[in-house]
Each structure stands twice: as C-alpha cells, then as structure tokens.
Design a protein around this ligand. Structure first.
Ligand code: SF4
Length: 222
C-alpha cells in the first residue's frame, strides 16, 4: 500500500520526538576539534572509520595542525603516517591537503559555506558538506552516513540504496527545522539499539511505540 506523504510526515514527526526524548544530549558532531579547519579535516578522516578512532588520531594530529595553512602545507608522506590508523590513509591524506590548498587558492583561506562550493572540494561529498554546514548553523540537507542509511530503510523512510535518494526521502518527510538533528539522533539509535548486525528490536522504544515497520508491527497514526 502506498502511504500518503502526510502519513509519512506524521510518522517521521513521531519518530523524531521519541529519538529526541531518548537521546536528549546528542551533539551535532561526535568528532573533537577546536577550529573550523580541524572540523573539516576530522569529518574527511571519518569516512569508513569510527569517530572514536578519528578522535584518537586527531588528539595528537591537531596539536600541530590547526589552520587552513597548516593543512594546506602538510607534507604528504608524514601526514599519511599520522592518519594511517583511520584507514584509506593515502587517499584521505591527498584529499585533505588538496582540499585545503583549494580553500586557500579559490576561497581566500576561508572554508566556503555553501553546498555548491563545499562539494567541489577534494574529499568532500554531500554528507561532509551537510555536517560542516549544520555545525555552522546552515541547513541545506541531512547528513546521510551508514547509520542514517540503515535506519532510514528499517524505519520505512526510504526503500532506496543510494545516499542521495535516501537523503532526498528524509528531507521530504522531516521538518526542515530538525534536519540538522537527524544525523546525530539516528547515529545514536544505530549505535545503541538498532545496530547493523543485531538490532535489538525487543528492547527498542520505537518498536514499543509501534513506530518501526521492520518487524511487521502495524504503525499507529492515531
Ligand atoms: S524495531 Fe528493530 S529495526 Fe526497528 S528501529 Fe528498533 S531496533 Fe531498529
């Protein structure tokens, strides 16, 4: 049965409200940083890695890389070694250095704050751009990582298998005012309860409220 958009929006609203209740103190970003340049670097390093691992690496890395200039002038081979344990280190090191070089050359050393300009930077896709923008108070989309992807499908918000299409589906049903919160809330639920391999449906508050279609419960829209 095809659900109306209004029903989907109501479902999204109820899911958001429950998530917010259970994960009230979720930060916009789980990564540690002090400067905007460090924030962008940390987000690039977090691809295919965990926030815990990135925070471990950046706790040392960020002692001597703080500004756009610091990252743009980094030595490739040394940088590769410093970020090695985040995985895909050769590609990430190249992306980070090229990204900050472009910020210097094309944007006068200021990280651009628009989706269009951000996704032109090496190593920056929509997920990274959405996270950077949300942390600067600019809302253009919903950062869609592996947890958001999985939960969007399990909760019935999207049937697609593409990051862009899932983000579009989420943007359609969630109120724009809360787009910047969706990533952190779904990550929190994905880590605590709805894990990739063993979702704990029996103890899931969304299941108890009949808000998850994954295990065949009827949703209650009343
Ligand atoms: S009921 Fe299961 S699949 Fe649905 S959100 Fe909860 S843990 Fe995930």
């Amino acid at each position: 049965m095809v659900e109306s958009l209004e029903k989907k929006k109501l479902h999204a609203k109820k899911v958001f409200s429950e998530l917010k209740k259970h994960y009230s103190d979720v930060p916009l970003l789980f990564l540690h940083y002090k400067t905007d340049a460090q924030m962008l670097c940390a987000i690039i390093l977090s691809a295919q890695s965990t926030d815990v691992q990135v925070n471990k690496v950046t706790s040392k890395l960020f002692l001597h890389y703080k500004t756009v200039d610091d990252f743009a002038s980094a030595d490739l081979k040394s940088f590769e070694q410093e970020i090695k344990s985040t995985g895909y280190y050769k590609q990430k090191a190249k992306h980070v250095i090229e990204c900050f070089k472009m910020i210097k050359e094309k944007h006068g050393g200021q990280i651009p704050l628009s989706m269009h300009a951000l996704i032109e930077l090496p190593g920056v896709g929509r997920k990274t751009a959405n996270l950077v923008l949300a942390n600067k108070g600019i809302i253009e989309g919903i950062a869609t990582d592996t947890h958001v992807w999985r939960l969007a499908q399990r909760l019935g918000f999207s049937k697609f298998d593409s990051q862009d299409k899932i983000e579009k589906d989420l943007m359609e049903v969630f109120d724009k005012k809360v787009w910047h919160r969706i990533n952190g809330l779904l990550i929190s639920h994905g880590r605590a309860v709805c894990t990739a391999r063993n979702p704990n449906c029996m103890r899931c508050f969304l299941n108890k409220k009949k808000l998850c279609p994954k295990i065949g419960v009827e949703r209650n829209y009343s």
